[in-house]
Design a protein around this ligand. Sequence first.
Ligand code: GCU
Length: 337
Amino acid sequence: MKKKRVYIFLAIASIAILAVIRNVQLKRAKAPEYVFTYAENQSEDYPTTKGALKFSELVWEKTSGRIKILVKSGAELGSEKEVISQMQYGGIDFARISIAQISDSIPEMNVLQMPYLYNNSEHMWNVLYSPIGDKFLSLMEEQHLKGLSWYDAGARSFYNTKKPICKPEDLVRMTIRVQESSYMNNVVTELGAKYYNTSYADTYSAIERGVVDGAENNWPSYISSGHYKVAGYFSEDEHVRIPEMQICSEHTWNKLTAQDQKIIMECARLSAEYEHDLWQEEEKKAKQTAKEYGCVINELTTEEKEAFKVVLSELYPKYCGKYRDIIDQIIQVGQNK
Ligand code: GCU
């Protein structure tokens, strides 16, 4: 009788153990083949981060859970410059970056961010979604990166703690934080201000501590970063439109099959379209938030903008001498539409 009970116990125990093993095996079978990281320096609720999350979701769906992309927002993986260099060694798989952060390494990239190059947002999109845009995506390969798709980042304008900026002379003797890019240093120097380089994440405290008088960025960043709370004068001069790009490390890219690469490209494109729609809304909302908070906003007239345009036109020979043909093609796109 006792023996029988022992046998029953052993039989039940073996069934239980087998079930556990089977469960583990099943879970293993379902575990993704790849788990990748995606760096984003904006906060969770920012349009580019939402675009990244959409990208991750689409890739997960279209690969039936074989590829998982973990989006790390809020500069958790480092500043854009740090992220780019990590990606070149394969330490981070994907990111969304502002092209200003790569243009010191790929000088031709400056062409796409020249002052007042585009008549408006539509002109920029007609350029980026043309063979010109495709060519610039492929330029990333020089830096061991794969350009996937274009993200919107609107137009950048100056904001500061002191006064409205209506003409270039108003910037004289001001210190303005700019992205870590020699081109952006030259933009503010040309206008008579001093530049100060620091990462996006550190800009708030640079303004608050008075290390700088102001910075320049697009509407959604002005709000999302909280800069509007410490630099209440926003002057809509729209001196540059700096496109943003979703990129992949060459190390990661080369691990993928041609079929998976195709899926990644497709999802990057779809997520970009999603981000563009969010962007339009976010720009309006951000401006409204600034108004309600009591920020002093001055929209520059066409004549006022023209004065900035004239001063900044000096940068064209310096940055585009070799690429005059591309500039002409870009201008042509604006005239066709
Ligand atoms: C924008 C852009 C960021 C960039 C930032 C900056 O907000 O989206 O990627 O880091 O400008 O001024 O540094």
